[in-house]
Design a protein around this ligand. Structure first.
Ligand code: NDP
Length: 327
């Protein structure tokens, strides 16, 4: 059994590598012991240095070299609202071409099972909550990220089509917002949680105000990357059904999340000012986790208040080597 992980150097990829049987206390209060997946032993974690997955021949070279039986496909052009809007064409092209190449290679090389990671931010913008996974194609995504969203939606279409025609076993998991160690902490291109961590850290050093976009009222479900990693390992071994939502069910406003980050750094919440002239993105993205939570996996995500403490501590210990930190 050889599991190939595309995007193995990213936020989720590093979490897949790091989670182990011993970390239940901090990362995940499992109702039963988490058994290390056999597919984790000897797994191969790829980064863009191993080959550019936008190029089909590079993908074929990698599949030929490793002959994977299982694939966890994470590689993607990923970013927050700012990067998604500014580079909307690049986000469409890079993601659709990477995904098409990987699924085509997985089919050609007769991979037994492939796990795709989609995202709640690709769901229709105007929709009833909580969002059910089968509503994925029922309307336009939010205008700020339609390039990324349509490219990612095609992962589900391509997987379904290949499963039907070629009898492959390609599954799609839809996580909500993910944060944790090894995230991208770039000041402009990062997601909301690492961006706030970075800004509050700077404020803690300089005493400057922290300016955040919008008014902080948008609600999000933030899941620690380690919890997503454990879910992926479990799903690789155990889940063969249709597209399914995963992640925490805890919903928190961006303002409350920012206040908790201030607490972690021991700074006054009043250093935050909200710039209401800037876009806020979708107001809610709550997804329906009922189908996943009725499965017998025993996985219970940590509360945001715990996960964020852990992430800020990691940031403080590792900040010299963190992705995006020089920017
Ligand atoms: P990161 O941005 O942290 O990592 C992206 C990974 O993809 C890196 O390993 C990067 O390699 C690799 N990569 C990017 N472009 C290429 C390329 N052209 N060729 C080869 N490798 C490439 O992403 P995350 O870990 O945050 O995301 C993982 C998956 O989870 C993605 O599919 C994303 O859509 C999904 N997701 C993420 C969420 C989040 O909040 N972060 C939320 C919901 C879903 P390198 O390090 O060398 O650049």
């Amino acid at each position: 059994m050889t599991t190939l992980i595309t995007g193995g150097s990213g936020l989720v990829g590093r979490a897949l590598e790091c989670v182990s049987d011993e970390d239940n206390v901090l990362f995940l209060e499992s109702k039963k012991d988490f058994k290390r997946s056999e597919s984790k032993i000897g797994a191969i974690y790829l980064s863009s240095k191993d080959g550019d997955l936008r190029v089909k021949s590079e993908c074929q070279r990698i599949f030929d070299k490793f002959q994977p039986t299982h694939v966890i496909h994470l590689a993607a052009r990923v970013g927050g609202v700012n990067a998604n809007s500014k580079y909307i064409g690049d986000f469409f092209y890079e993601n659709i071409v990477i995904n098409t190449n990987i699924l085509e290679c997985a089919k050609e090389f007769k991979v037994e099972k492939l796990v795709n990671l989609l995202s709640t931010c690709i769901y229709p913008d105007k929709i009833e909550y909580p969002i059910k996974a089968e509503q994925l194609h029922n309307g336009e995504p939010h205008s700020s990220n339609f390039g990324y969203a349509y490219a990612k939606r095609m992962l589900e279409v391509q997987s379904r089509a290949y499963n039907q025609q070629y009898k492959t076993n390609f599954i799609c998991l839809v996580p909500n917002n993910i944060y944790g160690p090894f995230d991208n902490f770039h000041l402009e291109d990062s997601h909301v949680i690492p961006a706030i961590i970075r800004k509050v850290y700077i404020a803690s050093q300089t005493g400057e105000k922290v300016i955040l976009w919008g008014d902080g009222s948008s609600l999000r479900e933030f899941t620690l990357s380690n919890d997503i990693a454990k879910t992926i390992w479990w799903a690789l071994d155990n889940y063969n059904g249709p597209i399914i939502n995963i992640g925490t069910t805890e919903e928190i406003s961006i303002k409350d999340a920012a206040n908790l980050i201030c607490d972690c750094f021991g700074v006054d919440k009043n250093i935050i000012e909200w710039d209401t002239s800037k876009p806020v993105g979708q107001l809610r993205k709550t997804s329906d986790k009922e189908p996943f939570n009725t499965l017998n996996h025993g996985l219970v995500p940590v509360l945001f208040s715990e996960g964020i403490k852990y992430t800020v501590n990691w940031f403080l210990k590792n900040k010299q080597h963190i992705r995006g930190f020089s920017a």
